[in-house]
Design a protein around this ligand. Structure first.
Ligand SMILES: CSC[C@H]1O[C@H](OP(=O)(O)O)[C@H](O)[C@@H]1O
Length: 351
């Protein structure tokens, strides 16, 4: 079983160890990743998932691919590294962290002076740096989110959606990072975790993380969220993000938009927790965010059971976009801010 806290990605003895998230919560298994092809497969099949975690995994995937490039010629090396980048870019389209991490690794390759071996060393250092940075950013997001929580006399009940926890990051989590900081400061009563159909990351991953750490968690089906809000059970909603457009429109797991509309209707604060690296300043609005289409079997297959007759068609978008006007605040490592305040942090994106 895992150490506490949980780290989904570990660099050890010259290979990457990943918690296989497709087997949680009942089987805790670790897979070894020794080449970029295996890392690409791990991202595509969601052995590792969650925007920041995908970025860290892709960074290590770039290093593993670089390590296998045989040439000593620098120009040939960089050309072949671009092929590694292309393989990793094709894994999943929505989380901007994937593209940002790949771009950052390529920047290291272009800017490092020295032999091919020295480039390879610099690439490993960059990947490890991205991982360490993300963990520190998540802890800052957690504490900034705590500060942004409603100042109720009672302990808070927070509704979460999907999994934006340690498993989705280098550790600690973004939305669940806020939950952890609130729990640490004894400001949290419990979370209400939406199971998050169809992949059930809330039921399988968020609930698992909370049980591991003794954080009280009530699991609900997604269609119970409105009722819980109407019953006065929810003080705040906290979700993660896969890509935030320059105006604050936010792509997150399918169903997040619905929860945001419900929160608005019940006058409950709706927070997005994400690192600034998740903001894509090159996209002015959220309707331009690429939305991943996933296999229909996620809809019709539950365990061994097929839930519908043959002859139906399916639509399985993995994400939806919550308009900025439904978001109370975006909680970043630089603090909690209104969506329109993101512009002050506009940097030339690497992705
Ligand atoms: C900390 S961002 C987590 C974010 O990523 C998840 O998507 P997936 O599990 O498909 O990678 C989900 O949208 C989470 O909110």
């Amino acid at each position: 079983m895992p150490s506490n806290p949980v780290y989904p990605i570990v660099w050890r003895d010259d290979r990457v160890l990943l918690i296989d998230q497709t087997r949680l919560p009942h089987n805790y298994t670790v897979v070894e990743i020794k080449c970029c092809e295996d890392m690409a497969r791990a991202i595509r099949t969601m052995i590792v998932r969650g925007a920041p975690a995908i970025g860290v995994a892709a960074a290590y995937g770039m290093y593993l691919g670089a390590r296998d490039i045989k040439t000593a010629d620098r120009e040939t090396f960089v050309t072949e590294l671009e092929e590694v980048a292309k393989l990793l870019r094709q894994t999943r389209p929505t989380a901007v962290n994937l593209f940002w991490a790949i771009a950052r690794m390529l920047k290291t390759a272009h800017e490092t002076i020295g032999s091919v071996d020295q480039l390879k060393t610099a690439l490993l250092v960059t990947a490890q740096g991205i991982q360490v940075e993300d963990l520190e950013i998540c802890k800052a997001i957690g504490d900034n989110g705590l500060a942004a929580m409603p100042a109720t006399p009672e302990k808070l009940c927070i509704l979460t959606y999907c999994n934006a926890g340690s498993l989705a990051t280098a550790g600690y989590g973004t939305a669940l990072g806020v939950v952890r900081s609130t729990w640490r400061e004894k400001r949290l009563a419990r979370i209400y975790a939406c199971e998050t159909r169809p992949r059930l990351q809330g039921a399988k991953l968020t609930a698992w993380e909370c049980v591991q750490e003794g954080i009280p968690v009530t699991l609900i089906t997604d269609n119970m969220a409105a009722h819980c809000m109407h019953q006065g059970l929810i003080d705040a909603v906290m979700v993660g993000a896969d890509r935030i457009a320059a105006n604050g429109d936010t792509a997150n797991k399918i169903g997040t938009y619905s929860v945001a509309l419900l929160a608005k209707a019940h006058n409950i604060p709706f927070f997005v927790a994400a690192p600034l690296s998740t903001v894509d300043f090159d996209l002015p609005t959220g309707d331009l965010i690429p939305i991943e289409e996933r296999h229909p079997s996620e809809i019709y297959q539950i365990g061994e059971t097929v839930t519908c007759p043959t002859g139906v068609e399916f639509y399985n978008p993995g994400f939806d976009v919550t308009p900025a006007e439904l978001i109370s605040a975006i909680i970043t490592e630089k603090g909690a801010m209104r969506p329109e305040e993101l512009q002050q942090f506009r940097v030339k994106q690497l992705a």
